[in-house]
Design a protein around this ligand. Structure first.
Ligand SMILES: [Zn+2]
Length: 148
């Protein structure tokens, strides 16, 4: 007969196993989405999206205000890809910005990153999101207390 303690230990082992499996599957899904995005990134559809956003933004980076064009623009995932891989191909999660700003943001959660920006950058970012994705999207991004 298994003791009560053994039963608990067995349950803990099982929970740990399930958790490891869950993390592994999430990593796989995340990697798959990243690859899908990278393939899409070199398509004409991605190019059109970049041009569309650049035109709206007047060909400047919405964060640092430096000149931006079709060749030096990167597509940022507002909700970071590593944290919200299901939004990897969600164009309402995309914002063009310069390589430097995108790199600086890396996988910082949106609200945390926005909170670290200078006031003029924050204003510019909010304006850009509203201009491209609408007021509701901006509110969704700012208002959400946790990342999806
Ligand atoms: Zn920039």
């Amino acid at each position: 007969m298994t003791s009560f303690l053994e039963k608990i230990e067995s349950n803990i082992r099982e929970m740990r196993r399930v958790r490891i499996e869950f993390c592994r599957k999430r990593r796989q899904a995340s990697e798959y989405q990243r690859q899908e995005f990278n393939v899409w990134r070199s398509s004409s559809e991605a190019y059109d999206l970049i041009v569309f956003q650049l035109e709206k933004l007047g060909y400047i980076c919405p964060i640092c205000q430096q000149d931006l064009n079709e060749t030096n623009a990167t597509i940022d995932h507002l909700f970071p890809l590593s944290r919200a891989y299901h939004k990897a191909m969600d164009t309402s999660n995309f914002l063009v910005m310069c390589h430097r700003c995108n790199k600086k943001k890396y996988n910082t959660p949106f609200q945390q990153w926005r909170g670290q920006l200078a006031r003029y950058q924050k204003n510019s970012l909010d304006y850009a999101i509203q201009l491209i994705h609408g007021k509701t999207k901006l509110q969704e991004l700012i208002g959400s207390s946790s990342e999806p």
